[in-house]
Design a protein around this ligand. Structure first.
Ligand SMILES: Nc1nc2c(ncn2[C@@H]2O[C@H](COP(=O)(O)OP(=O)(O)OP(=O)(O)O)[C@@H](O)[C@H]2O)c(=O)[nH]1
Ligand SMILES: [Mg+2]
Length: 591
């Protein structure tokens, strides 16, 4: 029986169907004629029609389901792993393992790392909160290990995700007194998504309130069985304060690294990940990179997203000027012509001219992806609210003096309702800085400024990260705008623009899609993201979004005048030949 089973797509030409049944096209055309269908060899028939004639000719027909092509793996695998996977085994040489410290705020990531590298960074940090990914090389028992620090504050989700994506092994730092906290779980999710081994550093064991058993129970519930309970998750009790257990932790790192044997091809074209980038006075854009394949030399031309530049200076993690960096080396470089996004992949190209050419060629694509992830604006807030996407408007507020900050915060807090609440990620005095923009970008917040300036680095960051800065000099105007955003009064006005008209010629019923109008584009164009009005004898019958738009079997984004196409309109199944479909898009009206 299996020889007679054929798979048929939504639409198929007579020729293709004949080939798949291994019968002569003439016989097939005759069979179609018996059913009252006049079709030539190149004409398309829909699934139902194909199924009827094929079954009459002794075949069993099933719909052809196009499997998505392993999309999941493609997305999850970071670019550097794909690059390494393509290297010849014989070109690969061992490289230091990259270890990332992850965990909830204040659980001791930076303190542990300080002990590990015998310095004291933690004391220098503003407010003790790690803002950027710190990156260090550490020697232990003759082995070199690369450590990346990440911040634990909830606003820095993106940095934790990038840290986990760039690493070979994650150390999840859990304070033994607090136990698993929201960002511990979140960091765990990132590490698991990146499919890297996880070592638990159970910190602050010196505290009387430390409760190892409780944390191990929480780990178990999160799906990590501690080694002490016969599982394979190494749980290492440590105290950064008393410098206890650090050797054990490093032993665990070395053991795990030996298992995964990190490798790279030092002779390959250099590539890796951007850990951090910022504008520095007098030095321009400084970018922290993790070299993951090949060796980076000063003078190389870097290409990162839509930024590029010849490396002017390269520094190692201690700040020493170097000319050469190997796989797993973290370095800071100057020379890029803009601030790249942390987490972006860098490559090197032969010249700046080639870099520009590559950027130009893919410009269209880049614009599209960046508009999809555009952070929130006050105007958009309400529409997202209506879509059920958000109930909290996150705010970064900067004001000139404490005397204006307090009344603004107080008045804004009064606006909280059961449906919508305001959350202050930061409410402080001083100009709007790059750090305010980064905070807003990471957590989809709006930036409000009252009588303050926006410093130049913040302007660059705001435009590259598409963060909206709203500046005010009158308090009630600021309050009023937020109130309007919460009630939707700032929602922009939209107008409809007709983009084309098509005429329905034939109607098909297709499983899974419903009614498809085989149509002819008379004027203008149809687009996949447009809406359509079904018009019969000058009467409007229905308005709905375009469901599917096909040219032959292919899904397409647009159809131009003079072409035949198939279209479905959401919520409508009663097309008739002669119906007119008027396609329109909705766009913001000019004020
Ligand atoms: N008692 C005790 N306190 C510790 C220990 N380790 C860190 N701390 C304290 O915990 C606080 C936070 O430590 P950090 O190392 O800055 O924590 P972190 O995880 O890097 O914090 P973020 O970078 O802000 O997420 C500091 O006050 C440390 O002194 C420890 O083992 N025992
Ligand atoms: Mg820290």
């Amino acid at each position: 029986m299996t020889e007679t089973l054929i798979e048929v797509p939504d639409y198929i030409t007579v020729r293709e169907l004949a080939v798949s049944m291994d019968v002569s096209p003439i016989d097939l055309i005759k069979q179609l004629m018996n059913n009252g269908i006049m079709a030539n060899i190149n004409q398309q028939i829909d699934f139902d029609t194909a199924a009827i004639v094929a079954e009459e000719m002794g075949f069993e027909v099933v719909p052809l389901i196009l499997e998505p092509v392993e999309a999941e793996d493609e997305v999850e695998q970071p670019a550097w792993r794909r690059i390494l996977a393509e290297e010849e085994e014989s070109d690969l040489e061992p490289r230091p393992a990259v270890i990332t410290m992850l965990g909830h705020v204040d659980h001791g990531k930076t303190s542990l790392l300080d002990i590990i590298r015998h310095t004291n960074v933690q004391a220098d940090e503003a407010g003790g909160i790690t803002q950027h990914i710190g990156a260090y090389l550490v020697q232990y028992n003759g082995q070199t290990i690369t450590f990346l620090d990440t911040p634990g504050h909830e606003a820095f989700t993106a940095m934790r995700a990038r840290g986990a994506q760039a690493t070979d092994i994650a150390i999840l730092v859990v304070a033994a007194d607090d136990g698993m906290m929201p960002q511990t779980y979140e960091a765990l999710d990132h590490a698991q998504a990146a499919k890297v081994p996880i070592i638990i550093a159970l910190n602050k064991m010196d505290l009387e309130s430390a409760n190892q058993n409780r944390v191990m129970q929480q780990l178990l519930e999160a799906g990590l069985t501690p080694d002490e309970w016969d599982g394979d998750t190494l749980v290492i009790p440590v105290s950064a304060k008393e410098q206890q257990g650090i050797e054990d932790l490093l032993e665990a790192v070395v053991l795990t690294a030996e298992e995964i044997e990190p490798k790279a091809n030092p002779k390959a074209p250099p590539s890796g990940t951007v850990l951090d980038a910022r504008l520095e006075k007098g030095r321009g854009v400084m970018t922290t990179l993790l070299v993951q394949n090949g060796c980076l030399k000063s003078g190389d031309t870097l290409l990162v997203g839509d930024h590029y530049g010849r490396l002017k200076a390269m520094y190692d993690f201690t700040g020493k000027l170097i000319r050469f960096a190997q796989p797993s080396d973290p370095v800071s470089v100057s020379g890029l012509n803009g601030i790249p996004e942390a987490g972006e992949q860098f490559i090197t190209v032969a010249s700046e001219k080639i870099a520009r050419k590559i950027i130009d060629e893919r410009a269209g694509k880049v614009v599209q992806t960046s508009t999809q992830v555009a952070p929130i604006s006050l105007e958009e807030f309400f529409s997202r609210l209506q879509e059920g996407e958000t109930q909290t408007l996150s705010i970064v507020l900067k004001a000139d003096v404490q005397g204006s900050l307090e009344p603004i915060v107080n008045s804004l807090e009064k606006l909280n309702t059961d449906e919508v609440s305001l959350e202050f990620l930061r409410a402080a005095t001083g100009d709007i800085t790059e750090s305010d923009i980064n905070l807003a970008a990471a957590s989809d917040a709006v930036v409000l400024g009252f009588n303050v300036d926006v410093d130049p680095a913040a302007k660059v960051a705001a435009s590259s990260r598409q963060v909206e800065i709203n500046s005010y000099s009158i308090i009630y105007k600021l309050i009023e705008d937020i109130e309007k955003a919460m009630k939707g009064l700032l929602a922009p006005e939209y107008e409809e623009i007709v983009i084309g008209r098509g005429e329905v010629r034939e109607v098909f019923r297709i499983r899974g899609i419903g009614a498809v109008a085989g149509s002819y584009m008379r004027t203008g164009e149809a687009r996949r993201n447009a809406s359509g009005r079904v018009i019969r004898d000058n009467q409007l019958l229905h308005t709905g979004e375009v469901g599917s738009l096909k040219h032959h079997q292919e899904n397409v984004r647009e159809i131009r005048t003079g072409f035949e196409f198939g279209v479905s309109i959401e919520g409508w199944k009663d097309f008739e030949p002669g119906d007119i479909i008027e396609f329109f898009i909705t766009q913001r009206s000019e004020q």
